[in-house]
Design a protein around this ligand. Sequence first.
Ligand code: PMP
Length: 397
Amino acid sequence: MFQHVEAYPGDPILSLNEAFGKDPRPNKINLSIGIYFDDAGKIPMLPSVRAAEHKVVADAGARPYLPMEGAANFRTAVQHLLFGADNAAVKAGRVVTIQSVGSSGGLKVGGDFIKRYFPESTMLVSDPTWDNHRAVFEGCGLTVKTYPYYDAATGGLRFDAMLEALKGAEKKSIVLLHACCHNPTGVDLTKAQWQQLVPVLKERELIAFLDLAYQGYGDGIEEDAYAVRLLADEGLSFFVANSFSKSMSLYGERCGALSVVCPDAAQAVNVLGQMKATIRRNYSNPPLHGGQLVARVLTDPELRPMWEAEVVAMRDRIQLMRRKLHDVLSAKLPGRDFSYFLTQHGMFSYTGLTAEQCDRLKEEFGVYLVRSGRMCVAGLNTGNVEATASAIAAVLG
Ligand code: PMP
């Protein structure tokens, strides 16, 4: 019956993470998966989230289904977090937000919606991007192509080539943009570059689809929403999928959202309606618990500042590890430029290590990186950063 079902080759990142779990070596180091680990190498339970959970559980009653679009308190809190409570588009009722099953769920619901209402549109993603972007959007039936992004020669951004490519894109193409902390490269647009992008989006009638999975890990919670607010202020219509997996360390609770900024409130009503229809056909409605933790943290006057401080601490710890790795490697291999560890943002760095060098790191030293050379810097800690630097120096030397 199922002879024609071929074997699933597995997801490269999740498979590597599983291989790490099975590796018996005590000193193994996991820099593969995009998860924030604390200095003890543990996934943190943020005190603000723990306190929110106590409050939510104490108040919990029956467990009805949520509406298709999710919990109203969660959706409003997300809008305020992304756009700002006083945002004109939000106030005008032009922004619709649905609670999604992680931001992956938001990408999927958005992709299904795009396939239905913009069937001719191509999805343009950065070269490179998070592998699952292509998988999700192709799974929605969309054609996925790339625009230039990462400059391997400098470890920076090919901004001019990116702009040229977008100037030549078909009208109404969808442009997937990482709002901050680009995965996998750590290379972001500056504010000035976002501003330069706006007229191109307008002129070509391109529809931006922002992916904000690492809010707070770049320059700050507010700062990392810069692109969202800029595009809204510029009157553009666009999508934004955001995640609480990393910012609240709520990976398994699957907390995310999809927001769509529309030209007017009447269109927003219809867009929300069709989002609900998409959700109904996919999974009916989102889960209750995680979203309530998020809503509580975001709206509770005691918990909100606690969370903001926790995000600062996570971001600062990653910065410290970037600095340490840079310093140790620069000392071990003088004459080589490791400044990209300092300029790249967020959880990831593109190290420029080849697939073969990554294989050697894994096999000889138990240091796990994705074969593209992507390192999750958030897997480094004071106990393993020197060993990581020594291993990298050995394969580079
Ligand atoms: N977008 C990007 C760029 C990501 O790196 C990730 C997680 N690795 C996601 C979306 C999905 O996150 P989640 O579904 O956990 O919210």
